[in-house]
Design a protein around this ligand. Sequence first.
Ligand SMILES: Nc1nc2c(ncn2[C@@H]2O[C@H](COP(=O)(O)OP(=O)(O)OP(=O)(O)O)[C@@H](O)[C@H]2O)c(=O)[nH]1
Ligand SMILES: [Mg+2]
Ligand SMILES: [Zn+2]
Ligand SMILES: [Zn+2]
Length: 382
Amino acid sequence: MQMPSYCRGCGAPLQSQDPNRPGYVPPDVIGRENLRCQRCFRILHYGQREGAGGDREDYLAAIRRGIREAELAVMVFDLVDFEGSWSEELNSLVGSKPLLAVLNKFDLLPRQVKGEEVESWARNRLEALGREPAAVVPVSSTRGWGIKKLLAEISAQLGDGDRAVLVGATNVGKSSLLNALAGRAGEGIRKGRGGGQKYNPTLTTSPYPGTTQNLVRVDLPTAGCLLIDTPGLSQPDRLSDLLCPDCSRRLIPAGELSRKTYKLSPGQSLLFGGLASFTIGAGDPRPIVIAFAAREVVFHVTRRERVEEILTAHSGDWLLPPCGECRVKEWEKRTLTAQEGEDVVVPGLGWLTVRRGPVELEVAVPRGVKAVVRPALVRPRD
Ligand SMILES: Nc1nc2c(ncn2[C@@H]2O[C@H](COP(=O)(O)OP(=O)(O)OP(=O)(O)O)[C@@H](O)[C@H]2O)c(=O)[nH]1
Ligand SMILES: [Mg+2]
Ligand SMILES: [Zn+2]
Ligand SMILES: [Zn+2]
């Protein structure tokens, strides 16, 4: 019997030397087939947070190998953090390989938003970035929406026995997507209790970034292709990547986004926890903005003069996130003008949609984080 040498959940090479590193299995089980490492076991069964383990260069090398092996690249985005999911580095690694774009976590948007709307929105965004994928498919990996269509699109691009590689930033849901595709293609189905069928997902997924460690290949004979999962790439200018794992989990929405409408006046500031402030300058005298972020982000309105005092006194206390440890030390301010029907986005945190404008905004974010103006993702209904 050939000894399996990689964890089937995260792809880490199996080892029995260091229990604190990915890939660890006790010496007495090594050699068995289909093993999952101790780290994956803890993540899956105890929801435990485990450190990422490897370094960025190793992840990059794995992604490069995955792309080289495949005939098709599937670029996975977190739809509610499109800018935070876009990586120039990954884009250039994909190069001229045929490309599909997947807009995952569609379930987190308000229900009014239609699939066709986000599809054409994302097509335009990608075109502006110099990309024209063969297809752009909104999906929800956790709810199973759009998976059948995506599987058909992937099969249409591939010849028999060809390979597709899933690439993207950390936590966008690549492994969840691959599990959903495999389930859809009828892989890993086993008898559940009471005789019903139950899908046994192969890949380890978790709310903390940095779960997948290495390539994991999943064969889908019924779909006539092989899919390759890759480690995610951390994003240096995404706010959620700059904070501790608990803060970053709070910023990544677990359910539908919270959405609040504000009528503000010049000189008023809207705070997103203790992590960003949007201060109204010139423009429409009574602008209306809609704030979008994960539910755990506290929105707070105050006067411009009080922002500093409030941040000093309450950030990490009731003004969450960040936690006390991740309080912002250095701020960066920019002035942006946004028109009605545009969003001002802070990648890895959320965005403001201008409902009545135009509005000039002074945006303060932690040093190194971007702020971007884009056409509105969720178009207000009149
Ligand atoms: N709401 C929602 N959550 C999702 C969806 N897909 C994935 N998630 C969640 O997003 C988190 C990250 O999912 P993973 O599949 O581990 O993401 P990944 O891209 O493989 O992450 P890395 O391996 O760290 O690069 C988990 O908490 C998933 O449950 C989705 O369609 N909707
Ligand atoms: Mg993964
Ligand atoms: Zn593992
Ligand atoms: Zn923190």
